[in-house]
Design a protein around this ligand. Sequence first.
Ligand code: 5RP
Length: 234
Amino acid sequence: MSADAVKLMKQQVGKAAADRVQSGSIVGLGTGSTTAFAIQFLGDRIKSGELTNIKGIPTSFQASVLAKQYGIPLTTLDEIDHIDIAIDGADEVDPQKQLIKGGGAAHTREKVVDGLAELFIVVVDQSKLVSQLGSTFPVPVEVLPMAVTPVTRTLEKMGGQPELRMGIKKDGPVITDQGNMVLDVTFSNITNPAELEKVLNNIPGVLENGIFVDLADIILVGEIHDGQPTIREL
Ligand code: 5RP
């Protein structure tokens, strides 16, 4: 599929999610290229006066920069007692709506924000749908820098193949918004995502991993049919 077609799917699915936000809502703002379109369309709706009294909770520096650029007022978890709706992308979605996230190394904050939302909408293009988690994407694991070596050994003993995520246009490892590192772990067969999520988070030095179980409410999938973008709900 061409890069233009993928961009079109992301744009349309981002818009479809932004269209579901109502005035007066506190909105979790996810991270990634698909959510970036949702943030942009949300800003457009605020600018046109169609949406009022919106507050955003960003899941990353990227989300807060985009929110400021598109005129979405921000707040923090200290100032609110609920989140009405969160919009976020994913790297894999299985038929049970379980996710792998963290392609942008933002999964730790994303799990906090998306998990608090009364309605969590996931925005993906069709390439993200898999029959089993781990088929196309490794599990991102955020690790304290001083614990990278022992956590790597533990993950290898569990049968995983961890790889330290390296920066692009920056020498050395990716450093998360919290100042940690990310191990991308390939597992040959993830039969029980809920169990793996818990086991990974129980390793000392691990902050959070990218397996999201029972959090997603709605999956919006952007597809291209006969050259035209369409949106379907999983
Ligand atoms: C960031 C994420 C993203 O939502 C995920 O990587 C999908 O990104 P994109 O929409 O660019 O494909 O989890 O940590």
